[in-house]
Design a protein around this ligand. Structure first.
Ligand SMILES: Nc1ncnc2c1ncn2[C@@H]1O[C@H](COP(=O)(O)OP(=O)(O)OP(=O)(O)O)[C@@H](O)[C@H]1O
Ligand code: SF4
Ligand SMILES: [Mg+2]
Length: 376
């Protein structure tokens, strides 16, 4: 065990209560306007930060991947993300859950324009960046970062920690001299719980938890406002997961960061999120304040997904028991509500024909469900 490993072990474990839930109370919720263009500046000129407007608005976003079927087959499209709208407020965490392959990572990557959207609009700090060129995007790239599941494969093994974290500072011209760069890297390492001496070492010399800390330091170097955390703890030892989660929460509080937090671990999502969105086959089927969703699940899919929480078995095995059949292919999604072939509440003639809209069951509840026959 290395010195830094022992530091990992010394950190706190999560408490059972919902963290910082006072940050977002229902009457403070910002709702996207009916006609979103009302609130969006398209000229890109800097405006004073409007605290009531969300940091990020994503509207009717779609990402279809073209794939060729057979040797002479026609091009078909994998509808990885299909008509998804969501928003994230300043200092807020939106949790994102759903079975493997439902489009969570694609939604995160497309939101950051690491993958080009097929349709839809992305508005960040009031600027519509959907069609920005790479050059126009550069100053915004700084503010929108990603932390990956596998910290090892996302860190260049031939670079020292100093180079990995310093590179971002350099690219975005956030430092003017070598000594300033070194001081800043040192500061960042301390912030994520690593020793300054770690600077001279290479990624393979660290444990999984420490490598994730390096990944977080690299993301923080450019002073982001929004971070997509794509399964940031699922590759880590269970004993280390809580430390990384708590680190992300502490950093959020200190720096007022916003997160899109993607995870298979529904308990962790409940712990970190102010709101939670549930995805099924490329669409959000339910979204609500975390406490409301964990208390009352209206969508049959959310019910099945979340009834699995208390059982300590691996997620997917439990899901197979609760949900009949496999997840359909996003190449050929079922008609109407995509969940209808697996849904015990499906109403033939409606559910298999019409796609249910995502809407509030009770006006003002901020609890939205896409279902013709929800649990009430
Ligand atoms: N580059 C690509 N080309 C074609 N299909 C893709 C591509 N990337 C993703 N997909 C498909 O898009 C769908 C959504 O994938 P995605 O990785 O976003 O799911 P996910 O919810 O993140 O899954 P997991 O929980 O396993 O990480 C899947 O059917 C996947 O096979
Ligand atoms: S719309 Fe119908 S099929 Fe879809 S989840 Fe609701 S009840 Fe089930
Ligand atoms: Mg993924």
């Amino acid at each position: 065990m290395t010195d830094d490993e022992s530091r990992d072990d010394a950190d706190d474990t999560p408490q059972s209560e919902q963290p910082h839930s006072d940050l977002v109370t229902s009457h403070h919720y910002w709702e996207p306007p009916e006609r979103p263009s009302d609130a969006i500046e398209t000229d890109g000129s800097p405006k004073p930060e409007d605290k009531r407007r969300p940091l990020l608005q994503v509207e009717r976003l779609a990402k279809y991947f073209p794939v060729r079927r057979g040797l002479f087959g026609r091009t078909a499209f994998v509808r990885a993300v299909d008509n998804v709208s969501y928003y994230v407020r300043h200092g807020e965490t939106l949790g994102l859950v759903g079975e493997s392959g439902c489009g969570k990572s694609t939604l995160g990557r497309t939101t950051l324009r690491l993958s080009e959207p097929t349709y839809g609009r992305i508005v960040f700090e009031g600027k519509d960046l959907t069609h920005y060129s790479e050059r126009q995007l550069r100053p915004l790239r700084r503010k929108m970062q990603i932390v990956f599941q596998d910290p090892y494969s996302s860190l260049n093994p031939r670079m020292t920690v100093r180079q990995i974290v310093g590179e971002a500072l350099h690219i975005h011209r956030l430092v003017t001299s070598k000594s300033e760069e070194e001081a800043r890297v040192e500061q960042l390492l301390v912030k994520v719980g690593l020793r300054p001496e770690s600077m001279a070492r290479y990624p393979h010399e660290f444990s999984g938890g420490q490598r994730q800390r390096i990944g977080i330091a690299r993301a923080l170097a450019v002073e982001p406002k929004f971070i997509v955390c794509d399964e940031p703890i699922s590759a880590l030892d269970v004993s280390i997961q809580a430390q990384i989660v708590n680190l992300l929460l502490d950093l959020q509080e200190e720096l007022n960061l916003s997160y899109l937090f993607i995870s298979h671990d529904l308990k962790v999502v409940e712990y970190v999120s102010h709101r939670v969105a549930v995805m099924y086959l490329g669409k959000i089927v339910e979204v609500a304040p975390a406490d409301a969703l964990y208390e009352q699940r209206h969508h049959p899919y959310t019910r099945a997904l979340m009834s699995a929480i208390p059982i300590p078995d691996p997620e997917r095995r439990r899901l197979r028991i609760l949900l009949e059949g496999d997840v359909p292919s996003p190449l050929d999604p079922p008609s109407g509500c995509a969940f209808h072939p697996r849904c015990p509440r499906s109403q033939p003639g409606q559910c298999d024909v019409e796609t249910p809209p995502l809407k509030e069951l009770t006006p003002g509840s901020h609890h939205r469900v896409a279902c013709w026959n929800p649990h009430t």
